[in-house]
Design a protein around this ligand. Structure first.
Ligand code: ATP
Ligand code: ZN
Length: 828
């Protein structure tokens, strides 16, 4: 209930309006106004919308006259105040509208529609109505007999008046109509038809015997009855009969439906319907593992750091057993009565780690996956609300679930760039947002990785985060042995076969002959093509930035994605003079073909976007691999994420150079992480694994650092570069894309924005605008500006506030009305 005296409310309106507007709180609704409740309001002259109360206050808006709130829909708020606080923060940090955050936050089964509708109340009996209707009310009810639903506009037309709300309100009060949102209807509970023996028969042995006698010679019906009694032993426990059995399950072994119908008709069975959970109930089946000494030690250190710090980074090498540490911490928090959220990158979620957690936590644990149907997502949402799930493991959007008392958030594989949402807004980083969310809940955050992001590692070194290390693999397992296979050298000696080096072939052969398994990794990222000299391995580098140039086929140019520097593709290699320049970019499919020619006996599998498109594709491949039905698995990034298979002894990195040549200031960091993660899949049990990296640059520094496992030294060197060239974490990046269908307008708008931004009086560097790497998408031209903001004080907030004003002003100029500006804070 509201404190008295507050007579205005800010209402979050849905997409496409996505903003907060202030409305008046009418006296008669004052007692129902609660933050997070859904309300009906009028927007503009015509539109009737459902919004959510974001804030209550007593400041009338300056620019317009506040309209009254028309209706409060919820007794219980749909969204809790912590969620609203989180939305507000996210909208301001990531420079988007709060309605866009709301749109991302609510599963579409719960989403607010942009238009509310009127429908007949199914419980209303018009013939025997308790209250009389006036003429206009009758007109609406007449219309609803022919039409399932009416918009507010329809009602206006029917009645020929402008203010229809009082009429609808009266109809609602008389329980004749319902006001609803169309999309909300999307969620439908799952209904199961079950059957059971009629109670009077089930509880009476004699009666049941009589039934059997009556069925003599009717084999089909008898068979159904026998199966029922096998599945539901009512003699042992009469209570079991009440729940009965799912009809489909009972008939699963091929019994006939018509025989069952006869049994129902003759009063032996009865059928009934129940609402069931889509997400299956599961009992825990395993105790958590006993922690090793170093794991116990790590847990103790994490506890210690949490005394003082809100966030701890767990830096544990691949195979060190971080999962078991998470399990211990999750248990502790759940026992204390708080909730836990564990975030995983998209693809890691369907795999081993989830089933491992499920074995321990059973159905206390909810899983929130992007491949879930909308209904399933609503069930997880409701499960969190009802307390059914006190622990959720999920993808980045699970930070929006309606938690009210989080105690801990774990972000596993925290370095993963897929925690960042690219499109649409909010373009949030789930790891960073999780830390903020935890702060609002007064909860702790644990970030875990074998290869921490430089941002997190930086924060740990500066003691902003606690830092805990695990240096050893669990049990007997050792880190794998690295081998660099020189592509150029093999080429000269004619040893290259179908792009494979001799060393690669030997190691694979070795593993196959010992009945061990092989993983071959090819980087998906390399799809942005680059030019490389086949003889010396030269690639074009930007003269102003520390990144490699991307090949633009259309213009026959190599360009820098960051500063816009460009040059023509040379006709011969500037380093060695060779004319063997080729475009790099080779897919997994071709590798699979090559390997099956080289190893015709081996059973091959391929895991990439193509082979995992459907819901179970990924799962199935992993199961086959786990069961030893695949000898060599070729894959992209997907095979790197937390896989734990005991028989993998050889990991091959097909094109090591491609990992290095990503046009990004994070190229080095990414390369280090990626190689270490892929390599980490090898030799996770007793046998030591081998990693083979094919490259034309065996002397590249990154390989040396990875092989030594010297993360700190690598980090230190990269940081010097980043400091010198103003890159994160020394500055904050904001990227702004300007889009329009006309080239000139796009350029003009981008330049106008640039001039305005340059004026903002904060410490910053504004780069661009540059034509984007992909100059045109869906017939929209795009230009990009990059802003590097000083990290100190209020620089960021001042900049973002002013930016919002600038964009608003630009948008209001007639020439730029249809230009789109996309702001990406902390782009990755
Ligand atoms: N205390 C323990 N008792 C028994 N087995 C353990 C224990 N800790 C870890 N293991 C086993 O060791 C293997 C590696 O552990 P886990 O997968 O948790 O490593 P990780 O640190 O997550 O590695 P990565 O970063 O490579 O994913 C797993 O097979 C796991 O079951
Ligand atoms: Zn450059």
């Amino acid at each position: 209930m509201m404190e008295s005296g507050k007579n205005f409310a800010d209402i979050i309106l849905p997409v496409p309006i996505p903003r907060m507007f202030t409305y008046k709180i009418p006296k008669n609704l004052a007692s129902e106004i609660q933050i997070g409740a859904r309300v009906i309001v009028q927007f503009g002259r015509k539109k009737i919308l459902t919004g959510i109360i974001g804030k209550v206050h007593n400041k009338p808006p300056q620019a317009y006259d506040a309209k009254p709130i028309l209706e409060v829909l919820d007794d219980q708020p749909s969204v809790n105040p912590l969620q609203i606080r989180f939305w507000v923060w996210m909208a301001s940090y990531y420079c988007c509208h709060i309605g866009e955050v709301m749109h991302a936050a609510l599963p579409s089964g719960l989403r607010l529609s942009s238009e509310s509708k009127v429908q007949a109340n199914p419980n209303f009996d018009r013939e025997n109505a308790a209250y009389p209707m006036d003429e206009r009310e009758d007109k609406i009810l007449d219309a609803l007999e022919n039409q399932a639903e009416l918009s507010y506009e329809d009602c206006e037309k029917i009645l020929g008046v402008k203010t229809i709300h009082p009429i609808l309100k009266s109809l609602v009060a008389k329980e004749a109509v319902l006001i609803f949102e169309k999309v909300q209807e999307k969620y439908s509970p799952k209904i199961e038809t079950r059957v059971r023996i009629k109670a009077e028969i089930a509880s009476d042995k004699k009666a049941l015997e009589a039934v059997f006698e009556g069925l003599a010679g009717k084999a089909k019906q008898e068979s159904i009855l026998l199966k029922y009694l096998r599945d539901v032993p009512v003699f042992k426990n009469i209570k079991l009969n009440e729940k009965g059995v799912d009809k489909a399950t009972l008939l699963e072994e091929g019994d006939s439906e018509s025989s069952l119908k006869t049994l129902i008709k003759n009063g032996v069975f009865e059928s009934f319907k129940v609402v069931v959970n889509r997400i299956e109930e599961m009992e825990p089946e395993k105790e958590p593992a006993k922690l090793s000494d170093s794991q116990e030690q790590a847990v103790a250190e994490i506890h210690q750091h949490f005394e003082e710090k809100q966030c701890v980074l767990l830096h544990g090498i691949t195979g060190s057993g971080k999962t078991e540490i998470y399990i211990r911490l999750i248990q502790e928090i759940l026992e204390s009565g708080s909730q836990v959220l564990m975030l995983l990158p998209e693809i890691a979620l369907t795999t081993q780690i989830v089933s491992r957690l499920q074995q321990v936590f059973g159905s206390k644990m909810g899983v929130y996956h992007s491949k879930y149907s909308d209904n399933e997502r609503v069930e997880v949402w409701n499960g969190v609300l009802s307390g059914r799930f006190s622990f959720v493991v999920g993808v980045r959007s699970s930070i929006f679930l309606p938690f009210d008392s989080l105690g801990l958030i774990i972000v596993d594989e925290e370095h993963e760039s897929s925690f960042k949402q690219f499109d649409p807004a909010p373009r949030f980083q789930a790891r960073d947002s999780a830390i903020m969310l935890a702060y609002f809940h007064q909860a702790k955050t644990l970030l875990g990785s074998a290869t921490p992001s430089f941002e997190s590692y930086f924060n740990a070194l500066h003691e902003k985060y606690g830092y805990v290390q695990l240096h050893q693999r669990y049990g007997e397992a050792q880190l794998p042995q690295y081998n660099l296979a020189n592509l150029s050298a093999d080429r000269k000696k004619n040893l290259l076969k179908l792009d494979s080096t001799r060393l690669m072939r030997e190691k694979i052969q070795d593993a196959l002959s010992k009945n061990e398994q092989v993983l071959i990794f090819q980087n998906r990222r390399g799809y942005s093509p680059y030019i490389q000299c086949e003889d010396c391995g030269w690639t074009g580098q930007c003269v102003q930035c520390d990144v490699s140039l991307t090949y633009h086929q259309f213009a026959e140019e190599m360009r820098c994605h960051y500063c816009g520097y460009k040059e023509k593709v040379p006709s011969s290699c500037p380093a060695c003079g060779s004319t063997q320049l080729s475009t790099m970019g080779m897919g997994t499919e071709r590798i699979e073909e090559s390997l099956s020619m080289l190893f015709p006996e081996a059973r091959m599998g391929r895991m990439d976007l193509d082979t995992t498109r459907n819901k179970y594709g990924y799962q199935r491949l992993l199961e086959e691999f786990g069961a030893g039905q695949i000898d060599i698995l070729v894959g992209t990034q997907m095979i790197t994420k937390g896989l734990d298979f005991g028989r993998v002894t050889v990991v091959g990195i097909w094109d090591g150079d491609r990992i290095l040549n990503f046009p990004d200031f994070r190229a080095g960091e990414r390369a280090y992480q990626q190689i270490t993660q892929v390599a980490g899949r090898a030799g996770r049990r007793a046998t030591q694994g081998e990693v083979i990296i094919q490259t034309r640059n065996p002397e590249n520094d990154i390989f040396e650092k990875v092989i030594k496992g010297d993360y700190y030294e690598f980090f230190r060197q990269e940081m010097m570069e980043r400091k010198k060239f103003y890159y994160p974490p020394y500055v904050k990046l904001v990227k702004i894309t300007t889009r329009h269908s006309d080239f000139k307008t796009t350029e003009k708008a981008a330049n106008a924005l640039h001039r305005e931004m340059a004026q903002i009086p904060v410490k910053k560097i504004v780069l661009g605008p540059e034509k984007a790497l992909i100059g045109r998408i869906k017939n929209q031209y795009q230009f990009e500006s990059m802003i590097k903001l000083d990290r100190s004080g209020t620089t960021q907030t001042s900049f973002k506030e002013r930016l919002a004003e600038i964009l608003e002003e630009l948008q209001s100029r007639p020439e730029f009305r249809s230009v789109r500006w996309i702001v990406d804070v902390d782009p990755s």
